[in-house]
Write a protein that binds this ligand. Structure first.
Ligand SMILES: Cc1ncc(COP(=O)(O)O)c(C=O)c1O
Length: 365
């Protein structure tokens, strides 16, 4: 049996009949960049997230960079974040000239909010929790700390569209939240895309200007900006994917439950998270000894898995080549890096395939 890690072809077939007329409508309209579909997608997303404003962009990375810039974070400022994220989280901090300060994670792979206060210095301007795997960090605790120390909060919610902490979604307990519509995300475009969500009008206006040559109106640019607009065709596809998102997440949660029930029996470490979290299962990450050997054996059995992420950002050459060696106190992230394994969890799987993965894992452990 084959168990692919992702199956974007099947995803397309499930929306094709609805998507083709919309794509055709966009192409016939000639409005390849500013079709009204974009604004209506932004409005729908803002409403769903429970925020006042949302604006689409070319990528989640741009969402982070532009949000940091809009928050006024700049050279010499420090931003507290985690070392076990995708490179983009820290790339964004570096691109605006600020410095990342790394705090260790908990057993849930998320920022350990108990360790944040000791990382705060006079240069700290913001906290950037990263809601990895589809699990939101403890935004209530992070908010309390930020208020106490006068810090901004920017959420890296690239992996967490559809996730909740208690009743709070990304953007509800922060200054700004950043999402990615990368093809592997739960809400995914057929290419790159991203979004910023906030309740702050000033911030959304700034991001809107930065993403469009700094323009305040046509041909008027008080500042230089960039070009980072979501294409109209991607908005057409995303609007249909958004219609299906709840059922996508529901199916992923069903498979997660099936994994959980089976793997717990085999004494495999399944995802750890508190009861306050609504997990949207962008990823299903187990921890396992001899991870690399297990991954090869699974691959030989037709099961595709991934590691998110094999290298901590603190060990990436992009980072080490810029910063003097520093012994970050991140033992939990270091330990988890060797054990984490992302199993297939997408909506196009069958429960037979999940059983097959569980049985193979049992044989191997
Ligand atoms: C945690 C995290 N942050 C940021 C990003 C960047 O998003 P994008 O690939 O859309 O630029 C990603 C995307 O993979 C991510 O997983």
């Amino acid at each position: 049996m084959k168990v692919p890690y992702v199956d974007l072809g099947s995803q397309w077939l499930s929306i094709k009949d609805r998507a083709l007329p919309k794509i055709s409508e966009v192409l016939e309209s000639g409005m390849y960049l500013e079709h009204p579909l974009i604004e209506s997608l932004e409005e729908r997303i803002a409403k769903r997230l429970g925020v006042k404003y949302a604006t689409t962009l070319n990528s989640g990375t741009d969402a982070l960079i532009f949000s940091l810039a809009a928050l006024g974070i700049t050279r010499g400022d420090e931003v507290i974040t985690v070392p076990n994220s995708y490179i983009a989280s820290v790339a964004a901090i570096e691109h605006i000239g600020a410095t990342a300060v790394f705090v260790d994670v908990g057993p849930d792979h998320l920022i350990n909010s108990d360790l944040i206060e000791e990382a705060i210095t006079l240069k700290t301007k913001a906290i950037m929790p990263v809601h990895l795997e589809g699990k939101m960090a403890d935004m209530v605790a992070i908010n309390r700390i930020a208020k106490k120390h006068g810090l901004l909060i920017i959420e890296d919610a690239a992996q967490a569209f559809g996730s909740k902490f208690l009743d709070h979604q990304p953007g509800n307990l922060s200054d700004i939240a950043c999402f990615s519509f990368h093809p592997l995300k739960n809400l995914n475009a057929a290419g790159d895309g991203g979004l910023v969500a906030t309740n702050n009008y000033d911030l959304i206006e700034k991001v809107n200007r930065i993403k469009n040559h700094g323009q305040t109106s046509r041909n008027i640019s008080p500042n230089f900006g960039f070009v980072s607009r979501l294409d109209s065709i991607q908005a057409a596809i995303l609007s249909i994917k958004l219609d299906d998102l709840d059922s996508t997440i529901q199916r992923r949660r069903l498979f997660a439950k099936q994994y959980e029930e089976n793997l717990v029996k085999h004494k495999i470490q399944t995802p750890v998270f508190s009861s306050e979290i609504f997990h949207s299962y962008h990823l299903y990450v187990i921890e396992i000894d001899n991870r690399d050997q297990v991954q090869v054996a699974l691959s030989n059995a037709g099961i595709e898995t991934k590691v998110h992420y094999p290298t901590l950002i603190t060990d990436q050459v992009a980072y080490t080549s810029r910063h003097p060696i520093k012994n970050w106190n991140i033992p939990i992230a270091k330990k988890q890096r060797e054990k984490i394994l992302s199993l297939p969890i997408h909506q196009n799987l069958s429960s037979e395939q999940i059983d097959y993965v569980c049985n193979k894992l049992r044989e191997l452990t």
